[in-house]
Design a protein around this ligand. Structure first.
Ligand SMILES: [Zn+2]
Length: 292
Protein backbone atom coordinates (compact mmCIF):
# COMPACT_ATOMS: atom_id res chain seq x y z
CA UNK A 1 0.00 0.00 0.00
CA UNK A 2 1.19 3.49 -0.79
CA UNK A 3 -0.57 6.34 0.92
CA UNK A 4 -0.34 10.09 0.96
CA UNK A 5 0.89 10.96 -2.53
CA UNK A 6 4.29 10.46 -4.10
CA UNK A 7 6.84 8.19 -2.50
CA UNK A 8 8.98 9.86 0.13
CA UNK A 9 12.12 8.44 -1.45
CA UNK A 10 13.19 9.65 -4.87
CA UNK A 11 14.09 7.22 -7.63
CA UNK A 12 17.63 6.09 -6.77
CA UNK A 13 20.39 8.00 -8.52
CA UNK A 14 23.01 5.38 -7.71
CA UNK A 15 23.42 2.16 -9.75
CA UNK A 16 23.04 -0.83 -7.41
CA UNK A 17 26.26 -2.80 -6.85
CA UNK A 18 26.40 -6.36 -8.27
CA UNK A 19 25.86 -7.85 -4.83
CA UNK A 20 22.94 -5.58 -3.92
CA UNK A 21 20.53 -8.45 -3.30
CA UNK A 22 23.07 -10.31 -1.19
CA UNK A 23 23.57 -7.22 0.93
CA UNK A 24 19.81 -6.88 1.38
CA UNK A 25 19.44 -10.55 2.28
CA UNK A 26 21.55 -10.34 5.46
CA UNK A 27 19.24 -11.47 8.29
CA UNK A 28 18.24 -8.82 10.85
CA UNK A 29 18.72 -9.16 14.58
CA UNK A 30 16.82 -7.56 17.44
CA UNK A 31 18.67 -4.32 18.22
CA UNK A 32 17.92 -4.24 21.94
CA UNK A 33 17.14 -7.77 23.16
CA UNK A 34 14.87 -7.12 26.14
CA UNK A 35 15.47 -10.56 27.66
CA UNK A 36 17.93 -9.25 30.26
CA UNK A 37 15.43 -6.76 31.67
CA UNK A 38 13.62 -7.84 34.83
CA UNK A 39 10.09 -8.85 33.76
CA UNK A 40 7.13 -7.04 35.23
CA UNK A 41 5.30 -9.15 37.84
CA UNK A 42 1.88 -8.71 36.27
CA UNK A 43 0.25 -11.17 38.64
CA UNK A 44 1.35 -9.18 41.69
CA UNK A 45 0.26 -5.95 39.97
CA UNK A 46 -3.16 -7.41 39.15
CA UNK A 47 -3.64 -8.49 42.77
CA UNK A 48 -2.74 -5.00 44.01
CA UNK A 49 -4.95 -3.35 41.38
CA UNK A 50 -7.91 -5.54 42.35
CA UNK A 51 -7.97 -4.01 45.82
CA UNK A 52 -7.14 -0.45 44.75
CA UNK A 53 -9.44 2.51 45.34
CA UNK A 54 -9.78 5.58 43.16
CA UNK A 55 -8.21 8.53 44.98
CA UNK A 56 -8.31 11.21 42.27
CA UNK A 57 -10.12 11.80 38.99
CA UNK A 58 -8.94 14.30 36.39
CA UNK A 59 -11.15 15.03 33.38
CA UNK A 60 -9.42 16.40 30.31
CA UNK A 61 -11.64 18.54 28.09
CA UNK A 62 -11.30 18.26 24.30
CA UNK A 63 -8.32 20.17 22.86
CA UNK A 64 -6.93 20.72 26.36
CA UNK A 65 -4.39 19.04 28.62
CA UNK A 66 -4.38 18.50 32.37
CA UNK A 67 -1.67 17.51 34.83
CA UNK A 68 -2.09 14.58 37.23
CA UNK A 69 -0.02 12.96 39.95
CA UNK A 70 0.59 9.30 40.64
CA UNK A 71 2.72 8.39 43.69
CA UNK A 72 5.15 5.47 43.42
CA UNK A 73 3.26 2.26 44.10
CA UNK A 74 -0.08 3.57 42.82
CA UNK A 75 -1.86 3.06 39.49
CA UNK A 76 -3.20 5.50 36.93
CA UNK A 77 -5.87 4.63 34.40
CA UNK A 78 -6.46 6.61 31.20
CA UNK A 79 -9.88 6.09 29.65
CA UNK A 80 -12.32 7.32 27.02
CA UNK A 81 -15.41 8.16 29.10
CA UNK A 82 -17.67 9.16 26.22
CA UNK A 83 -16.32 8.45 22.74
CA UNK A 84 -13.21 7.42 20.79
CA UNK A 85 -10.42 9.91 21.54
CA UNK A 86 -6.64 9.90 21.24
CA UNK A 87 -4.52 11.15 24.16
CA UNK A 88 -0.93 12.41 24.20
CA UNK A 89 0.87 11.47 27.41
CA UNK A 90 3.94 13.09 29.00
CA UNK A 91 5.52 11.88 32.25
CA UNK A 92 8.08 13.40 34.62
CA UNK A 93 9.65 12.31 37.88
CA UNK A 94 7.90 14.36 40.56
CA UNK A 95 10.31 17.07 41.70
CA UNK A 96 12.58 16.81 38.64
CA UNK A 97 11.27 18.08 35.33
CA UNK A 98 14.59 16.92 33.83
CA UNK A 99 13.70 13.24 34.23
CA UNK A 100 11.07 12.74 31.56
CA UNK A 101 9.53 9.97 29.52
CA UNK A 102 11.89 8.80 26.77
CA UNK A 103 9.68 7.81 23.87
CA UNK A 104 12.57 6.89 21.56
CA UNK A 105 14.31 4.48 23.94
CA UNK A 106 10.98 2.95 24.96
CA UNK A 107 10.43 2.30 21.23
CA UNK A 108 13.91 0.81 20.84
CA UNK A 109 13.38 -1.55 23.77
CA UNK A 110 9.73 -2.57 23.39
CA UNK A 111 8.81 -1.74 19.78
CA UNK A 112 6.69 0.82 17.98
CA UNK A 113 3.58 0.15 20.10
CA UNK A 114 3.28 -0.70 23.77
CA UNK A 115 0.85 -2.79 25.76
CA UNK A 116 0.58 -4.91 28.90
CA UNK A 117 3.96 -5.70 30.47
CA UNK A 118 5.87 -2.96 28.67
CA UNK A 119 7.67 -0.24 30.62
CA UNK A 120 7.72 3.48 30.00
CA UNK A 121 11.39 4.49 30.38
CA UNK A 122 12.89 7.78 31.52
CA UNK A 123 15.51 9.96 29.87
CA UNK A 124 19.30 9.90 30.36
CA UNK A 125 21.06 9.72 32.75
CA UNK A 126 18.25 8.10 34.69
CA UNK A 127 16.96 5.47 32.22
CA UNK A 128 14.72 3.55 34.58
CA UNK A 129 11.10 2.42 34.39
CA UNK A 130 8.77 5.30 35.20
CA UNK A 131 5.64 3.19 34.77
CA UNK A 132 4.62 -0.30 33.72
CA UNK A 133 1.51 -1.00 31.66
CA UNK A 134 -0.55 -3.51 33.64
CA UNK A 135 -3.84 -3.60 31.71
CA UNK A 136 -4.89 -2.64 28.19
CA UNK A 137 -8.46 -3.15 27.01
CA UNK A 138 -7.22 -2.87 23.40
CA UNK A 139 -4.57 -5.58 23.65
CA UNK A 140 -6.75 -7.72 21.36
CA UNK A 141 -6.07 -5.38 18.42
CA UNK A 142 -2.53 -6.51 17.64
CA UNK A 143 -1.15 -5.53 14.23
CA UNK A 144 -3.85 -5.04 11.58
CA UNK A 145 -3.71 -5.81 7.85
CA UNK A 146 -2.25 -2.35 7.15
CA UNK A 147 0.52 -2.95 9.68
CA UNK A 148 -0.94 -0.53 12.21
CA UNK A 149 -1.26 -0.97 15.97
CA UNK A 150 -2.47 0.92 19.05
CA UNK A 151 -0.66 3.05 21.70
CA UNK A 152 2.39 4.14 19.72
CA UNK A 153 5.72 5.63 20.69
CA UNK A 154 6.52 6.77 17.16
CA UNK A 155 4.31 9.82 16.68
CA UNK A 156 6.09 12.58 18.68
CA UNK A 157 3.08 14.88 19.30
CA UNK A 158 1.06 17.22 17.12
CA UNK A 159 2.57 20.70 17.32
CA UNK A 160 2.00 24.19 15.96
CA UNK A 161 5.37 24.41 14.24
CA UNK A 162 4.81 21.48 11.88
CA UNK A 163 1.22 22.64 11.39
CA UNK A 164 2.49 26.07 10.39
CA UNK A 165 4.94 24.56 7.90
CA UNK A 166 2.29 22.38 6.29
CA UNK A 167 -0.73 24.71 6.35
CA UNK A 168 0.67 28.23 6.64
CA UNK A 169 -1.67 28.88 9.57
CA UNK A 170 -1.13 29.28 13.30
CA UNK A 171 -3.09 26.82 15.44
CA UNK A 172 -2.90 26.96 19.25
CA UNK A 173 -4.64 23.72 20.30
CA UNK A 174 -2.12 21.08 19.21
CA UNK A 175 -1.09 18.60 21.91
CA UNK A 176 2.27 20.35 22.33
CA UNK A 177 0.55 23.66 23.08
CA UNK A 178 -2.07 22.00 25.27
CA UNK A 179 0.70 20.49 27.39
CA UNK A 180 2.57 23.81 27.48
CA UNK A 181 -0.55 25.59 28.79
CA UNK A 182 -1.08 22.90 31.45
CA UNK A 183 2.55 23.19 32.57
CA UNK A 184 2.21 26.99 32.86
CA UNK A 185 -1.22 27.07 34.52
CA UNK A 186 -1.03 24.00 36.75
CA UNK A 187 2.72 23.36 37.00
CA UNK A 188 3.78 26.97 37.54
CA UNK A 189 6.43 26.90 34.82
CA UNK A 190 7.38 29.96 32.79
CA UNK A 191 6.15 29.63 29.20
CA UNK A 192 9.68 29.37 27.76
CA UNK A 193 10.54 26.61 30.24
CA UNK A 194 7.25 24.81 29.60
CA UNK A 195 8.04 24.88 25.87
CA UNK A 196 11.12 22.71 26.36
CA UNK A 197 9.65 20.62 29.20
CA UNK A 198 6.95 19.15 26.94
CA UNK A 199 8.40 16.13 25.16
CA UNK A 200 7.65 13.28 22.78
CA UNK A 201 4.68 11.27 23.94
CA UNK A 202 3.01 7.95 24.32
CA UNK A 203 0.08 8.24 21.92
CA UNK A 204 -2.60 6.57 24.00
CA UNK A 205 -5.36 4.93 21.92
CA UNK A 206 -3.83 6.19 18.66
CA UNK A 207 -3.72 3.66 15.79
CA UNK A 208 -0.61 4.15 13.70
CA UNK A 209 2.10 2.52 11.67
CA UNK A 210 4.37 2.98 8.69
CA UNK A 211 3.68 2.45 5.02
CA UNK A 212 6.01 -0.37 3.95
CA UNK A 213 6.78 1.13 0.54
CA UNK A 214 7.50 4.71 1.54
CA UNK A 215 8.16 4.55 5.26
CA UNK A 216 5.57 7.24 5.79
CA UNK A 217 3.77 7.61 9.08
CA UNK A 218 0.13 6.49 8.86
CA UNK A 219 -2.83 6.78 11.19
CA UNK A 220 -6.39 5.51 11.18
CA UNK A 221 -9.37 5.99 13.47
CA UNK A 222 -8.69 4.55 16.89
CA UNK A 223 -10.46 1.26 17.66
CA UNK A 224 -11.10 2.60 21.19
CA UNK A 225 -14.70 3.03 22.30
CA UNK A 226 -16.26 4.56 25.41
CA UNK A 227 -14.98 2.60 28.39
CA UNK A 228 -11.68 1.51 26.88
CA UNK A 229 -8.72 2.09 29.19
CA UNK A 230 -4.97 1.80 29.56
CA UNK A 231 -3.82 1.19 33.14
CA UNK A 232 -0.27 1.81 34.34
CA UNK A 233 1.60 1.16 37.58
CA UNK A 234 3.69 4.11 38.80
CA UNK A 235 7.19 2.81 39.50
CA UNK A 236 8.34 6.21 40.83
CA UNK A 237 6.57 9.38 42.00
CA UNK A 238 5.11 10.81 38.80
CA UNK A 239 3.64 13.98 37.39
CA UNK A 240 1.86 13.39 34.11
CA UNK A 241 0.23 15.53 31.45
CA UNK A 242 -2.48 14.21 29.17
CA UNK A 243 -3.75 16.09 26.13
CA UNK A 244 -7.02 15.29 24.37
CA UNK A 245 -5.68 15.54 20.81
CA UNK A 246 -7.42 17.95 18.41
CA UNK A 247 -7.43 15.04 15.98
CA UNK A 248 -10.19 13.35 18.03
CA UNK A 249 -10.12 9.70 16.93
CA UNK A 250 -7.28 10.69 14.53
CA UNK A 251 -9.06 9.00 11.63
CA UNK A 252 -8.76 11.91 9.20
CA UNK A 253 -6.91 14.99 10.37
CA UNK A 254 -5.36 16.76 13.34
CA UNK A 255 -3.81 20.13 14.21
CA UNK A 256 -7.12 21.92 13.51
CA UNK A 257 -10.66 22.36 14.84
CA UNK A 258 -12.09 20.10 12.10
CA UNK A 259 -12.23 16.77 13.96
CA UNK A 260 -14.92 15.89 16.48
CA UNK A 261 -13.22 15.64 19.86
CA UNK A 262 -14.18 13.98 23.14
CA UNK A 263 -12.84 14.24 26.69
CA UNK A 264 -10.41 11.84 28.37
CA UNK A 265 -10.22 10.79 32.02
CA UNK A 266 -7.32 9.91 34.31
CA UNK A 267 -8.02 8.07 37.54
CA UNK A 268 -5.36 7.53 40.18
CA UNK A 269 -5.83 4.35 42.20
CA UNK A 270 -4.17 3.53 45.53
CA UNK A 271 -3.80 -0.18 46.39
CA UNK A 272 -4.12 -1.50 49.92
CA UNK A 273 -0.47 -2.51 49.64
CA UNK A 274 2.07 -2.25 46.80
CA UNK A 275 2.47 -5.32 44.57
CA UNK A 276 4.28 -8.20 46.26
CA UNK A 277 8.04 -7.98 45.84
CA UNK A 278 7.99 -4.54 44.22
CA UNK A 279 10.69 -1.99 44.96
CA UNK A 280 10.98 1.43 43.34
CA UNK A 281 13.68 1.32 40.62
CA UNK A 282 16.93 3.14 41.34
CA UNK A 283 18.43 5.51 38.83
CA UNK A 284 20.60 3.88 36.18
CA UNK A 285 23.87 2.65 37.75
CA UNK A 286 26.15 3.56 34.81
CA UNK A 287 29.16 5.33 36.31
CA UNK A 288 28.77 8.29 33.96
CA UNK A 289 32.43 8.65 32.95
CA UNK A 290 31.82 8.56 29.16
CA UNK A 291 35.49 7.67 28.67
CA UNK A 292 36.58 11.12 29.85
ZN1 LIG B 1 -2.26 15.64 19.19
Amino acid sequence: MTAGGPAATLTPMTTPPPDAEARRAVPPVVAYPPDALPPADLTACAEALAGAAVTAVVDVPPREARLFRAPAGSFFRISCPEAPQVGDLNLWAAGDWGERFYSGKTRAIHGTHVSTGDRLWSSFPHLRPMATIVADSLDWYGVDADGLGVHDVIGTRCDPYTARLLTGRDYDRCCHSNIVRALVREGGLAPEIAETTAHDVLNVFMCTGFDRATGRYLMKATPARAGDALTCFAEIDLVGALSACPGGDCGATHSSDEARCAPLRIETLAPLAPPRGWAAPAKNPYAGRHGL
